[in-house]
Design a protein around this ligand. Structure first.
Ligand code: UDP
Length: 251
């Protein structure tokens, strides 16, 4: 969870990302073996699937990743898997996050990225607050419901609960779980939900596609439900409501 997380930044600073994210995972694993820590929960990402048709399922073969950030997640999964095979007392849960958004409902804990946000939701909240002029919607010519990119947004509190369930139900060997809702939402659907639920305007314009983006990405969530007894409870309304509540409190 202390990993660097900027996809674009990883493209311009690959070595920094490989050193920080990959080497630290290896060092932590090594220390786990040395000190007899046999349970490892890894924060992975849906980006390891590469560009292939959704719904994405844990047993799918991984396709080529599109940037160093995703490559490091895929390599880390492999390193942890090999480590577990060689050390049967070292159990690993690989959690593939889809698109975490929102904030704690208290409005006290949320995300506050440095500089101009790269991700959609923090960008939307800054536009709503008047700190950024307008949202650029990256492409409306994808083969999706309204032409804009479709993602599986998951409320960060549901994501956190997924970790608790993963720890409580850790099994021997390596087990992989998607943490998503199983539902796809387009950029315009998310922006419209934000405006409606929060009764605030979010000016936007359609611009060209962002390099490296794919049209659609959403999870098959049946495995986490079956094996961990976990499923996401919160929907897009709660996500946009809590994201905006945090942003308003955020001084
Ligand atoms: N997006 C957008 N404008 C922005 C940021 C993101 O239109 O300023 C779109 C992006 O093209 C993708 C979706 O929003 O379809 C989610 O992007 P984000 O960077 O939040 O997550 P990703 O799925 O790339 O990890």
């Amino acid at each position: 969870l202390a990993g660097l997380k900027g996809v674009g930044e990883a493209v311009s600073k690959p070595l920094e990302y490989y050193f920080n994210n990959l080497v630290s995972t290896m060092v932590i694993s090594k220390m786990c073996l040395k000190y007899g820590v046999g349970k490892f929960v890894f924060s992975s990402s849906a980006t390891v699937y590469g560009d292939q048709p959704s719904p994405l399922k844990e047993d799918m073969e991984l396709k080529k990743t599109t940037n160093p950030y995703g490559e490091i997640k895929a390599m880390s999964e492999r390193i942890l898997t090999d480590t577990s095979i060689a050390n049967p007392n070292f159990s690993v849960s690989l959690l593939r996050y889809f698109n975490p958004v929102g904030a704690h409902e208290s409005g006290l804990i949320g995300e506050d990225p440095n500089g101009i946000p790269n991700n959609l939701m923090p960008f939307v909240t800054k536009v709503a607050k008047g700190q950024l002029e307008k949202l650029s919607v990256f492409g409306n010519d994808y083969d999706t419901i309204d032409g804009t990119g479709v993602r599986d947004y998951i409320h960060v509190v549901d994501l956190a609960k997924g970790h608790v369930k993963a720890i409580e139900n850790l099994k021997d060997g390596v087990n992989i779980y998607n943490l998503g809702t199983g539902r796809g939402t387009s950029v315009l659907e998310l922006v419209n939900a934000f405006m409606k639920v929060n009764d605030i305007d979010v000016p936007y314009e359609i611009v060209g596609r962002r390099p490296g983006d794919i049209a659609t990405c959403f999870a098959d969530v049946s495995k986490a439900k079956k094996e961990l007894g976990w499923k996401a409870e919160l929907g897009i309304e709660e996500m946009v409501r809590d994201a905006w509540r945090f942003e308003q409190n955020n001084k």
